[in-house]
Ligand binder design. Structure first.
Ligand code: HEC
Length: 294
């Protein structure tokens, strides 16, 4: 069981109507942003079991809960590609204060980051808690009167506001660590939420599955789990059911060769063999359609 039985408060309407793009999904449970949340842990077996805990960062900010703010320096920022200084809140302290972390199995809990543009990377909570993670609330290098400087990726300006997760002790190339910017919300979910609907039964597909999780899931959902920046790839129709195989492969290799102004980036670091593994897995999943509850 993901959580011992305990009660969570349904988040006050004020929080649910925050600015998160997914705030219309009222089926999600969340913890009230006060330390009383911790007092809710109870042995009451009749209490509902929470399957998801969420933090609406914009609502937290409005309520003055994103303090104290300190100045942190990141030697090699993977989004800005240089040394950066941020005004930031200690993310571990923030999570410990507002979520019942001591009741969670941190090795089997995923932190899902939800960005305004639908980008949604996730990582094990245990990894996040193992390093000095911060929620940057402003860019200390920004000109006076301005909180943020936009980042530039492949010639495109990326909005970093309102929040950005950074680390002071994680190398920029450690792919296990996510650095989501334009972040509005984070959720803790049982790791099994993801594996239940994504894990292939066939061992030969595991390689493609791992690659898919690392390189595609941040933007694409499959069976309802994953990012919302790009389209769902399996439900109700699997992309291999309506794309010709050679076009599908060519599209993933170079999306802008198909669509002008394409928002899917050119994933140049993937080899042809890796793309084939990924598409083999995606195609295999057409026989395992389901829609995860969000
Ligand atoms: C940074 C986000 C991002 C990543 C990472 C990403 N995609 Fe996309 N993808 C998109 C977006 C956005 C679109 C919609 C593009 C458009 O129509 O302009 C898209 C479109 C697609 C489509 C076309 C779907 C359709 O029917 O129109 C396929 C197939 C696809 N992506 C597969 C993949 C695969 C496989 C990976 C991993 C190797 C991947 N994508 C990684 C953002 C992403």
């Amino acid at each position: 069981m993901f959580l011992p039985r305990f009660t969570t408060l349904w988040l006050a309407a004020a929080l649910l109507t925050g600015c998160s793009p997914k705030s219309q999904d009222t089926s999600k449970q969340a913890v009230a942003p006060d330390s009383d949340g911790l007092a809710l842990v109870s042995a009451d077996s009749a209490a509902p079991v929470a399957d998801s805990l969420a933090v609406d960062l914009l609502a937290f900010k409005e309520q003055g809960l994103l303090t104290p703010v300190s100045t942190v320096r990141v030697a090699d920022d993977p989004v800005f590609h240089k040394a950066k200084t941020f005004r930031a809140v200690d993310l571990r302290v923030l999570l410990r204060k507002h979520l019942p972390l001591n009741t969670l199995d941190t090795a089997n809990t995923q932190v899902v980051f939800e960005c305004e543009d639908g980008y949604s990377p996730s990582m094990p909570l245990r990894d996040l808690l193992a390093r000095q993670s911060y929620l940057a609330v402003a860019d200390a290098d920004a000109p006076a009167g301005q909180d943020w400087i936009n980042a530039v990726k492949e010639g495109r300006e990326m909005k970093v506001a309102p929040f950005y997760v950074v680390y002071t002790d994680v190398p920029a190339d450690d792919y296990r660590y996510k650095w989501p910017y334009n972040l509005v919300r984070l959720r803790l979910v049982p790791a099994t939420d993801e594996t239940k609907v994504l894990l292939p039964k066939d061992g030969l597909m595991v390689k493609g599955y791992d690659l898919f999780r690392t390189h595609c899931l941040t933007c694409h959902a499959l069976n309802g789990v994953g990012g919302q920046m790009g389209p769902e790839l399996n439900y109700p129709m699997n992309v291999t059911e309506y794309w010709q195989p050679e076009h599908l492969r060519a599209f993933v290799k170079n999306p802008s060769a198909y669509r002008n102004n394409c928002k899917m980036p050119h994933l140049s670091y993937l080899t042809d063999a890796q793309i084939d593994e990924i598409l083999k897995y995606v195609g295999y999943m057409k026989d395992f359609k389901t829609l995860a509850k969000r």
